[in-house]
Ligand binder design. Structure first.
Ligand code: HEC
Length: 121
């Protein structure tokens, strides 16, 4: 009886491990289809400049803007919000960010294509 219980627990732990691994693998939420042919965009070459210009005034420590999450000065600082779909939702879909506007549709499209490609660094 005790051995059976142990086996059941081990089995459940394995199942849980498999599910949690799957949820880490490249399943970022998807937005609209990318509309830029051969978009080959990276954080360093294409996105950092846009984010520095449009996001960092609020989304960085010391900005004094309450609720502006994260530290978007680096890839590491924004990465969570790329994975969980918050950037897709706020910038591409709802367009509530950047707060105050000022971002062109072309820039939103390029962010969408970059996210769709798995936001390479
Ligand atoms: C003028 C200040 C300002 C700028 C510029 C700005 N944000 Fe924000 N952002 C905020 C504030 C304030 C909040 C929290 C309140 C809210 O969600 O509206 C927020 C929230 C967010 C959230 C979290 C939303 C959620 O659902 O939790 C994300 C993601 C985000 N911003 C992304 C961006 C990105 C990406 C940019 C640049 C393209 C940007 N923001 C530019 C002020 C700003």
């Amino acid at each position: 009886m005790k051995v059976k219980n142990l086996r059941l627990i081990v089995l459940l732990a394995l199942v849980a491990a498999v599910f949690s691994l799957q949820s880490c693998e490249g399943n970022d939420p998807k937005g609209p289809d990318c509309n830029i042919p051969n978009a080959d965009l990276t954080y360093t070459l294409n996105m950092k400049g846009i984010i520095d210009q449009h996001c960092v005034s609020c989304h960085a420590p010391g900005s004094g803007v309450a609720g502006a999450v994260g530290d978007f000065r680096t890839y590491d600082g924004i990465e969570n919000y790329l994975h969980n779909g918050d950037v897709l939702e706020t910038v591409v879909i709802d367009k509530t960010m950047p707060q105050g506007g000022g971002m062109s549709q072309a820039q939103r499209d390029s962010i969408n294509c970059w996210l769709a490609a798995g936001h390479p660094q």
